[in-house]
Design a protein around this ligand. Sequence first.
Ligand code: AMP
Length: 368
Amino acid sequence: MIRLHDKYFKPFLSEKQILGAIQRMAQEIAVDYKDDTPIFVGVLNGAFMFVSDFLKEYPHSCEVSFVKLSSYQGLTSTGIVETLLDVPDNIEGRSIIILEDIIDTGRTLQKLVHLFSNTKVKEFKIASLFYKAEVYNGEYAIDYVGLEIPDKFIVGYGLDYKELGRNLREVYQLNQKYMINLVLFGKPGAGKGTQAQFLKEKYNLKHISTGDVFRYNIKNGTELGTLAKSYIDKGELVPDEVTIKMLEDEVDKNPDADGFIFDGFPRTTAQAEALDNFLESKDMKVDATIALEANDDILIERLLERGKNSGRSDDQDVSKIRNRFEEYSSKTAPLKDYYEEQHKFHSVNGIGSIDEITQRLTKVIDSL
Ligand code: AMP
């Protein structure tokens, strides 16, 4: 495994496999062009290694030139393809064979075809070392293909991740960890914390309870704790800016997690939107929001019982509990629609034994 910037990549194609594919391509093209002197046009920057190794294998008369286009930024194609080095001069009547390192969606290829469209060349062919057939949606047929590869981000042998990795002799594939990120949803006392304890073990997830983080800060007398206490004591929500920032910090503290259980967050639409944006910026997403449903009488009973043992001030007073329910109904309940629109909302009966409820949750998670 290698690391480039913030990402890990695992070996995918050996130098031998790559050179073997190039040799086959060179032989195939040589048969078609043995009586011609084609101009091979490499597409920079990615194709520089391919062009070099290809030419060493090409047995007949040929010329070489380059064009330079750019479209990738980081891991995803931006869709904007810029011409940085234009078509060579004096190509009228000549056979042009483009040497591309990789063709995926075909956007760069479209731009290339366009670049050469008015050049009155004799022939225009495309040879690509790597080809992602699954995602290619261009109309132009690829004339020569080295290796067909799945739709995974690759680096090495000329290809880069944010400019690193071009010098590698082999090709590596992005090591995408399979993550599950869950939002546990439900009124105070619904059992989110209890269930999170079981789920985090079973699925190897990091449990983040914003309520717990606040209580930890209160206990340690931090500035954040002092601020949060004034709201928590009244059964009100802590302001979004504070809570969102705190949540983001908690996620950032766990860069190696296989996923997260968000418990007690998001509680407002602004928090839900902030969470989506934040996760997206890290190539992550919420996979499911699971609501634990129970009626108010049962919840009040559970909370008062918990208050006796935990000493939580907000669990000992029915009026504070009711205030938390009201906060939930007005600010948090609308999130059901938010996640339903994304087809991520699941509802689970929260009444029953702890084990029964864990099983209901597990069934939902395993079906994702
Ligand atoms: P909990 O332990 O989840 O019941 O949270 C206890 C209290 O912490 C809540 O009543 C709020 O005052 C505060 N709190 C916890 N999570 C949030 C959140 N996501 N947004 C605002 N306030 C929160």
